[in-house]
Design a protein around this ligand. Structure first.
Ligand SMILES: NC(=O)c1ccc[n+]([C@@H]2O[C@H](COP(=O)([O-])OP(=O)(O)OC[C@H]3O[C@@H](n4cnc5c(N)ncnc54)[C@H](OP(=O)(O)O)[C@@H]3O)[C@@H](O)[C@H]2O)c1
Length: 212
């Protein structure tokens, strides 16, 4: 058994999720921010990669919710790069750090999960199973960044993908995109089925589910 996995991100009208220097850019409209807060409230956990923690230092909480009501925060960090001062480790919500078998780093957080797969790649299917069966997490919102989103798609672990396309151009050959990393995400790509399209402020949210 694994949790339901919902991937959500915001991209510019030229398909970028941040600037070329990886600096965060406000892409979401007010209406989209409210939608994302609703998703965070509805799902059991929010997951990001360490690249997002380092670039954006997000808090990953819902305004007004306390430690016990906020979703659990999960960070994929195979080499232990998350600084102790990261906001994701504050007292506002429980945090689970997910790291590799070879990483000996400890954090002051609710729990640290070490993947049993040798090397620095984390076995996401195994981690999801542990989150569900041992901690009771039944739904996960993957908020990015591009490398992390691509990892979930590569391993066939995405149930729903929503992307807000904002009225903004960012540019930059090396600016991150929703599915980052080297090479094709899969041979000939991954086909998605469009389930919905809705205008939301100065942009639109598209909902997809993987085909098959
Ligand atoms: N617009 C949006 O919605 C949005 C949302 C979030 C982030 N962002 C932007 O995205 C950028 C960051 O994205 P990013 O792609 O550089 O970083 P990221 O996806 O946040 O983090 C990537 C890192 O996470 C770890 N990781 C991910 N999947 C893994 C796996 N299966 N096994 C082991 N480790 C795994 C790796 O860490 P190691 O490097 O240590 O191996 C990897 O390099 C920032 O510029 C941020 O502003 C935009």
């Amino acid at each position: 058994m694994r949790p339901f996995v919902h991937v959500n991100c915001a991209m510019s009208a030229d398909g970028k999720i941040a600037g070329e220097d990886r600096r965060q850019v406000r892409i979401s409209s007010e209406e989209d921010m409210a939608r994302v807060m609703g998703l965070r409230r509805d799902l059991d956990a929010i997951l990001v990669g360490v690249g997002t923690v380092i670039a954006d230092d997000p808090r990953l909480t819902v305004k007004g919710l306390d430690y016990d009501s906020n979703p659990v925060r999960i960070v994929l960090d195979p080499d232990g790069r998350t600084p102790d001062s990261a906001r994701v480790l504050d007292e506002a919500a429980p945090t689970i750090m997910v790291t590799s078998a070879s990483c000996e780093r400890e954090w002051d957080c609710e729990e640290t999960i070490r993947s049993s797969r040798p090397g620095s790649r984390i076995d996401l299917a195994e981690v999801l199973e542990e989150l569900c069966e041992e901690i009771g997490i039944e739904s996960v919102l993957v908020e990015g960044g591009g490398e992390t989103i691509a990892s979930f798609f590569r391993e066939g672990l995405v149930d729903r993908y929503t992307v807000f396309v904002g009225g903004l151009l960012i540019g930059g050959r090396r600016a991150p995109t929703p599915a980052g990393g080297d090479g094709w995400i899969a041979e000939s790509g991954i086909r998605l089925r469009l389930k919905g399209a809705e205008a939301l402020g100065n942009g639109a949210v598209l909902t997809f589910e993987p085909e098959g």
